[in-house]
Design a protein around this ligand. Structure first.
Ligand code: DQA
Length: 144
């Protein structure tokens, strides 16, 4: 069974409460449930995590080496700032998919640059929670 690590960055634990006009009213638990169902339908396993701490995300990415078959990452605000997460992702030789609930490219200029996209195989942004589902579907294709 293929294993996917799904990482969520800072403030995503507040989904549902946080700017629902931008991020929707689903909680992170709802997103996890959707990911679980989608992965289950492809006979894949997920490890779904969230952290507000950059170093913890880096640790989890390093630990994924040789263990996980793919990574889905919504690095949240660290998308636009973190060379450390970019470097950690480069340690992996499995497919990486970048996800955002909103479309950062259509928002404030400081959200336009992503340190993740150059290491990602695909980006799904602006589809709300469905973007996570699209990422898992894409990985099911990629991992065969
Ligand atoms: C986000 C977009 C980021 O710009 C923002 O900092 C987030 C969430 C999204 O899912 O739309 O925290 O990654």
């Amino acid at each position: 069974m293929k294993k996917i690590l799904i990482l969520n960055g800072p403030n995503l634990n507040m989904l549902g409460l946080r700017e629902p006009h931008i991020y929707g009213d689903q909680s992170l638990q709802d997103v996890e449930d959707l990911c679980y169902e989608t992965a289950h339908s492809h006979n894949m396993k997920i490890d779904f995590r969230q952290s507000n701490h950059e170093g913890e995300l880096v640790d989890w990415i390093q630990e994924a080496r040789g263990v996980q078959d793919a990574v889905v990452i919504n690095a949240a605000a660290y998308t636009h700032t973190s060379v450390a997460i970019h470097d950690a992702l480069k340690l992996l030789d499995v497919p990486i998919i970048e996800v955002h609930l909103s479309n950062p490219k259509e928002r404030e200029e400081f959200r336009h640059h992503s340190y993740i996209e150059s290491v990602a195989k695909s980006v799904f942004a602006g589809h709300g929670a469905k973007g996570y589902q699209m990422a898992i579907d894409r990985l099911a294709e990629l991992l065969g």
